[in-house]
Unconditional design. Sequence first.
Length: 110
Amino acid sequence: MSQRPRNAADERALNRQKEQERLGAEQEIADLQWLMSTERGRRIMWSLLSRAGVFRISMTGNSWTFFNEGRRSLGNELMAAVNDHCAEQYPLMVAEAQARIRKSEEVSNG
């Protein structure tokens, strides 16, 4: 149950807080869209998602599973934000990552 403001000053403070939260959320979205708009930014995001374990299972059979799930949870939040706010960049990010992997494998087998 939400608390109702007790007086006009409380209501103004609550409205200011809500506005600050809205502006903060809008800034986060704009920042994410900026990051995903460049190859370098998509490379950074791919690295974060990979390191978070989004693309692998986190089960280890011991207590490391809990740690891995925490990392994966944050990665899933990032993935959801990408899908919600710049989904058209995701396939490009994947293609660029696959190209880097192929190039790396060619150099290794070279």
